[in-house]
Design a binder for this molecule. Structure first.
Ligand SMILES: Nc1ncnc2c1ncn2[C@@H]1O[C@H](COP(=O)(O)OP(=O)(O)OP(=O)(O)O)[C@@H](O)[C@H]1O
Ligand SMILES: [Mg+2]
Length: 462
C-alpha cells in the first residue's frame, strides 16, 4: 500500500498539483491519465521518492519493496542482461555480489565464512536460488533469447533494452510497481504478455499510459490529472470516460435550467420592479436570484489533437497492387512472393515477427528500395506518403517547425501551413522552434502532421 498525503508539487511559481491525497491499495491497478505536461511522470517520481514533494509526504508500509521502470536506457551498459534484471531487487543483487566477492577471496578467513553464512541465509530468504531462473524466464517471456542473457547491455539493441528494463521492474514480485508508459516501443506480443502479467499481478500497480486499450485491459482504477488535482475513479478507462462525460452533461443541463430561471427572474424584476403593487414580490424574486449559483463547469484542460485525412480528390477503386515481391538482404530472403491488393477505404495492419521484413516491404512500396522480383503498381491518380520507422533523416536541417512543414505543403502560405499545426497544440505553441531539436516521440507526431499536409489518399504507417 502506498499513501500520498497532502502532496503539493511546485516548480518555481508554477503549481503542478495541490494537496493530493490518494491511497493506492494492494491488488489494484491505477492508470494515471492526463494531458501532455500535466505532471504524470513527475507524480510517479514523487511516489518513487526520486523527487521530494514541495509539501506533504508519501508513505509505504514497512518492508514493502517498490519497483520502478527505469527510463535511462544507458544506465547499465557495463552489466550483463541477466544482472540488469536481477538488479530490480537491489537488496538481493547486493547480497549476491557480496557473497561472490567473499568466495573469490584467496585468503578466505573464518570471519569471512561466518559473514558468508549470514549472507547465504538472507539470500535463501529472498529466494535468491531462483533469481537467475526467474530473470531468464521473464526475459524469455518478453522474447529475449537465452544467447543474449549473458551479453553486456551495451551490445543490445534499443528495442530489446526496453524489454530488459521492463523485466527488471517486474522481477522478484515487488509490492508496488510503478510504470511510466511501459508500452512505448513494445511490440504487440509483448504488450499482450504485459497485460496478462499485470492482470495476474496481486500487488499494487501504478501505471502512466496514453494507450487506452491497454488501460482498459489492466486498470481497476483511473487517476485523472487535471486542474492541478488528481482524482481517482474506480473502473477502467472506458468507464472513466463515459462517466465523466455523463457528469459533464448533467452539470451542463443543470446549469441550463438555472440560467433559464435566472433569465425568467430577471425579466420579472425588470417588468414589475417599477410597479408599486408588485414590487414586494419583485424584491423577493431578486433575493432568490441572488441565491442561484451556476456550478462552475470546468472544461477539461485536455486538448484532443485530431488528424482528419481528407484526400484532395476522391480516389479510384484500385489504390495499390503489390505483385509477387521478393527481396533478399545480406543473403537472407526477407520477402518471398508477396502479393496483395489495396482497395478504396481499406485499412490494413501489416504484422510480422521480423522487423526488417515490415520495413523492407514499406520501403519497396514507397519506392525507396527496389525489389529483386515483382512490381508495385499505384492507381493512376494516387498520391502517397510514408510514416517511416526511423524518421531522423527527415530532421537533419536546421529549420523551424513551420518551415519544415512548408516543404511538404502544396501551398507555402504561412496561414495555410500553420493551419495544420493548429490541430496539434504542442506544435502550434512551438512553431518557431528548430525541429531538429525536438524529441523522438514528437518527431513521429510531426510526421503525421506532415502526412496530413500532403493530403494523401493512403498513409503507410510502418
Ligand atoms: N525538474 C523540473 N523543473 C521544472 N519544471 C519541470 C521539472 N520536471 C518537470 N517539469 C515540468 O512539469 C510539467 C509536467 O511534466 P511531466 O513530465 O510530469 O508531464 P507528463 O504528464 O508526464 O507529460 P507527458 O504526457 O508528455 O509525458 C511540464 O511542464 C514540465 O516541463
Ligand atoms: Mg510523462
Amino acid at each position: 500500500m502506498l499513501n500520498a498525503i497532502g502532496v503539493t508539487i511546485r516548480f518555481g511559481k508554477r503549481t503542478l498539483f495541490e494537496d493530493v491525497n490518494i491511497k493506492f491499495n494492494k491488488g489494484c491497478c491505477y492508470g494515471i491519465i492526463g494531458a501532455n505536461g500535466a505532471g504524470k511522470s513527475t507524480f510517479l517520481k514523487v511516489l518513487s521518492g526520486e523527487i521530494e514533494p514541495s509539501k506533504g509526504e508519501v508513505t509505504k508500509e514497512k518492508g514493502e519493496r517498490l519497483s520502478v521502470l527505469k527510463q535511462d536506457h544507458f544506465a547499465y551498459e557495463e552489466y550483463t542482461v541477466i544482472d540488469t534484471v536481477i538488479m530490480g531487487n537491489q537488496e538481493l543483487y547486493k547480497i549476491m555480489k557480496e557473497k561472490d566477492e567473499i568466495y573469490a577471496k584467496p585468503d578466505f578467513s573464518e570471519e569471512d565464512g561466518m559473514k558468508a553464512a549470514k549472507l547465504e541465509e538472507k539470500f535463501a530468504e529472498l529466494d535468491g536460488w531462483n533469481a537467475e531462473a526467474d530473470a531468464a524466464q521473464l526475459l524469455n517471456d518478453l522474447g529475449i533469447e537465452a544467447d543474449k542473457h549473458y551479453k553486456q547491455m551495451k551490445e543490445i539493441e534499443a528495442k530489446e533494452k526496453v524489454k530488459i528494463l521492463l523485466a527488471q521492474a517486474l522481477f522478484g514480485n515487488p509490492d508496488i510497481l510503478l510504470l511510466d508508459e511501459p508500452t512505448n516501443d513494445l511490440d504487440l506480443k509483448s504488450i499482450s504478455w504485459l497485460e496478462e502479467f499485470l492482470i495476474n499481478f496481486e500487488n499494487t500497480v501504478i501505471v502512466v499510459s496514453h494507450d487506452r486499450y491497454f488501460l482498459n485491459k489492466v486498470c481497476t482504477h483511473i487517476a485523472d490529472v487535471d486542474f492541478g488535482q488528481i482524482k481517482v475513479y474506480p473502473g477502467n478507462y472506458d468507464f472513466w470516460y463515459e462517466s465523466s462525460q455523463l457528469l459533464l452533461k448533467q452539470m451542463k443541463e443543470q446549469n441550463k435550467k438555472k440560467e433559464e430561471k435566472i433569465k425568467e427572474l430577471q425579466a420579472f424584476i425588470a417588468r414589475f420592479s417599477a410597479n408599486a403593487s408588485k414590487s414586494k414580490q419583485a424584491t423577493s424574486r431578486k433575493k432568490s436570484l441572488e441565491k442561484i449559483e451556476l456550478d462552475e463547469i470546468k472544461p477539461s484542460n485536455r486538448r484532443y489533437p485530431y488528424i482528419d485525412f481528407k484526400p484532395d480528390r476522391e480516389p479510384g477503386k484500385e489504390i495499390l497492387k503489390v505483385k509477387n515481391i521478393s527481396k533478399t538482404i545480406n543473403g537472407e530472403k526477407i520477402l518471398e512472393n508477396v502479393s496483395f491488393t489495396v482497395k478504396q477505404n481499406d485499412k490494413i495492419a501489416i504484422l510480422a515477427d521480423n522487423e526488417i521484413a515490415k520495413t523492407t516491404l514499406f520501403q519497396i512500396i514507397e519506392g525507396e528500395l527496389e525489389p529483386d522480383e515483382g512490381e508495385i503498381e499505384w492507381g493512376t491518380t494516387i498520391t502517397h506518403t510514408y510514416f517511416p520507422k526511423d524518421n531522423n533523416y527527415l530532421f537533419e536541417e536546421d529549420m523551424t517547425i513551420t518551415d519544415w512543414l512548408r516543404q511538404y505543403s502544396k501551398d507555402p502560405d504561412e496561414t495555410y501551413v500553420r493551419s495544420f499545426l493548429r490541430k496539434n497544440v504542442i506544435f502550434w505553441r512551438r512553431s518557431t522552434k528548430i525541429c531538429k531539436s525536438i524529441i523522438r516521440r514528437r518527431k513521429s507526431k510531426m510526421c503525421i502532421v506532415k502526412n496530413d499536409a500532403i493530403r494523401c489518399e493512403l498513409t503507410n504507417n510502418g
